[in-house]
Structure formats: C-alpha cells, structure tokens
Write a protein that binds this ligand. Structure first.
Ligand code: 523
Length: 131
C-alpha cells in the first residue's frame, strides 16, 4: 500500500517565506512548519494544498513547483512540499496555528522548524536567495 501524502506549501512572497507555528497536537505545538495537511481521497496533492491554505490561512494560493523529495513523517505518512505563490488575501492563523511569520533568507533559522520540514525549508530559502 502506498503512503498517505501530507502536502505543505513553501509560500513565498516578496522574497520571504511563510512560517506557521502549530497549536496542536501537544507534542508538535510551538514548533514551526510549512502549512498544509493530508491529501484527501480523490484529491490531487496540488488541490489539497490549495484547500489547506484556504482553510488554515484564509488565502488563495497557487502551487508553483514541487520541491524534489519525500520525507517520512510516521508509518504510512509522507511529506511532499510545493512552492506556492499568494493569489489573494493576507494569511491569518485561522486553524491549527497560533502565529505566522514572514522570514527573509537570513531569518530562516530564527524559528524552531519541525525536523521533517527542514530539508524543504532549506531548499525554499535557497530559492528565495536566488531570486
Ligand atoms: N506535518 C509535518 N510538517 C508539515 C505538515 C503540514 C504536517 O511534519 N509541514 C505532520 C504533522 C502531522 C501530520 O503531518 O503528524 C499531519 O499534519 P496535519 O495534522 O497538519 O494534517 P491535517 O490537518 O490534514 O490532519 P487532520 O487533523 O487529520 O485533518
């Protein structure tokens, strides 16, 4: 059986990357992540990402490209990451997060990222620098 995919967005705007602080569950609360969630049956990962960013942040976003790689989370669950651009709205922590921060390339290491997010965050930060 193939793993269930969790999609996350490296949302970039004006040279900064969006970081979201989880409010739950207790073992992850306070750690920072690229916002996203589980792909539902019948959904494409990109569709799930658009839905999750709408639900969690209240924005319309556009997936841009997949960051190569897939990171195991727990048995049966794997993380995939897309870069994403804001189409409309200002991100607000509506669901699952209690704080958001826009980080420039030199500020990426100022928050405590979830371990599994770190490789994709590093890649996204490198792309911010390159643009
Ligand atoms: N991660 C993770 N990094 C990351 C996300 C969005 C999620 O490591 N950027 C992990 C955290 C959880 C699992 O993936 O162990 C599911 O993420 P969650 O809880 O954000 O997904 P939901 O909101 O789809 O989950 P449900 O509560 O089941 O709806």
């Amino acid at each position: 059986m193939s793993d269930r995919v969790v999609v996350a967005g490296a949302v970039c705007d004006r040279g900064r990357l969006l970081a979201a602080r989880r409010s739950a569950p207790p073992e992850l609360a306070g750690r920072w992540e690229l916002p996203g969630g589980k792909v539902e049956p019948g959904e494409l990962p990109e569709e799930a990402l658009v839905r999750e960013l709408r639900e969690e942040l209240g924005v319309e976003a556009r997936p841009v490209e997949r960051i190569p790689g897939a990171w195991p989370l727990k048995p049966g669950l794997v993380l995939q990451v897309w870069t994403a651009a804001l189409v409309s709205g200002t991100p607000r922590p509506l669901e699952d997060h209690d704080e958001l921060r826009w980080l420039g390339p030199d500020e990426i290491h100022t928050v405590d990222w979830l371990d599994q997010d770190r490789p994709a965050v590093a890649e996204a930060a490198g792309r911010l620098r390159a643009h």
